[in-house]
Write a protein that binds this ligand. Structure first.
Ligand code: TXA
Ligand code: MG
Length: 343
């Protein structure tokens, strides 16, 4: 199949949305940008096409897809909402959050991996919004990467994973936040964070009585065989290199990495450590937490392109948006954390 490429910067956008909306309604697959990562979209009402999404990604069929709507109220047609859903929606939608709700019968079990719940997300990215609105159907969309690889934050990464396997891709430039949406389940006035993202625990406390974080967020081994969110049990986000987190301060990090003598070594670390490493070590540098969120998955893919075989990063702090980084990095590292303390 030839994948059609559209660029919102260089083409007339009305035509793009009309053509891509038509493809979606006809059961085709369209990759599109969101404020978090690129998604691989399909009509949530076409079970046969949903299966094609799983096939294109190589994704296990029990890992459910999030359904994207043009406005929070559109959830009514496909899910059973509750007052807390609307409090979350009022504050954070459109935006990078997904709320798990009981599904209605019109959402096929292929979308939800056999579950009786559905994840609802109303993205704020103008391209995502237009596409859903013009398609006129809710769009089921996982991240547009091959299963297990880092989610794509640039269109070139989508093309690398999906070219020739899907009908179309819309290039909307780099994604803003860079990590996938916060996924929450709701119960009365309480929220459980199943996957941390740009909307933090502290943010959610503004609209509900209690917010807990699933133990699997920090310790993927706690997910077990039947986790609250099936995605928790799959290895994810990994670069080809062996990725290791180092628990120690900046000096300890530098000393530990410098002691590694074999392999093609790379580091993901704060800019101020740049000058501390021997020159053969590949450096992927960031200023602050938001910049690392924005660039983490691109760093993983860049390290692959650079042939890095051993990649190291300091264990991130787990407060605020740091929890999202911690979750992605600990999973990419397969829980390998080395504790270094100097005497
Ligand atoms: O930011 C995002 O959420 C991106 C963009 C494209 O919207 N999408 C995304 O989708 O990250 P995906 O499929 O890569 O991750 C969806 C996660 C998975 O971990 C899945 O298990 C969980 O959400 N999930 C989806 N529906 C669920 C449900 N009904 N119950 C529990 N977990 C669910
Ligand atoms: Mg994904």
């Amino acid at each position: 199949m030839k994948t059609k490429y559209y660029n919102v910067k260089s083409e007339e956008s009305c035509r793009i949305f009309e053509e891509c909306g038509e493809i979606i309604r006809g059961g085709g697959l369209v990759a599109f940008p969101t404020e978090t990562v690129y998604g691989l979209g399909v009509s949530a009402f076409c079970p046969g096409s949903v299966k094609k999404v799983f096939a294109a990604k190589g994704r296990p069929s029990d890992n459910p897809l999030i359904v994207h709507v043009a406005s929070p109220e559109d959830a009514e047609d496909i899910a059973v909402t509750c007052p807390l859903y609307y409090r979350i929606a009022e504050k954070f939608m459109p935006g990078p959050i997904t709320v798990i709700l009981p599904k209605r019968d019109n959402i096929p079990l292929e979308v939800t991996g056999g579950l009786d719940s559905v994840g609802i997300r109303c993205p704020s990215h103008p391209v995502a919004h237009q596409l859903i609105a013009v398609a006129g159907v809710p769009i089921a969309a996982p991240s547009a990467n091959i299963s297990g690889a880092p989610s794509p934050t640039k269109c070139s990464y989508v093309m690398r994973d999906m070219d020739g396997k899907i009908d179309a891709v819309i290039d909307g430039g780099d994604c803003d936040f860079g990590l996938e949406s916060t996924v929450v389940s709701v119960n009365g006035d309480s929220v459980v964070i199943l996957r941390p993202g740009a909307v933090t625990r502290e943010d959610l406390l503004l609209v509900c009585d209690s917010v807990s974080v699933s133990p699997a967020v920090k310790d993927p081994s706690a997910a077990g065989d039947r986790p609250e969110s099936p995605g928790m049990k799959y290895k994810h986000y990994s670069p080809n290199a062996r990725f290791v987190l180092v628990d120690g301060d900046g000096r300890e990090f530098v000393n530990y990495v410098s002691s590694v003598k074999d392999g093609n070594v790379g580091v993901i670390c704060p800019k101020d450590l740049d000058g501390e490493f021997e020159c053969h070590i590949k450096r992927y540098l960031y200023g602050d937490t938001d910049e690392l969120c924005h660039r983490l998955f691109a760093f993983f893919r860049q390290a692959d392109d650079d042939g890095v075989t051993k990649l190291f990063a300091p264990l991130p702090d787990d407060n605020g948006r740091g929890l999202a980084l911690y979750n992605r990095m600990i999973r990419a590292a397969g829980c390998t954390v080395i504790k270094v303390t100097e005497r």
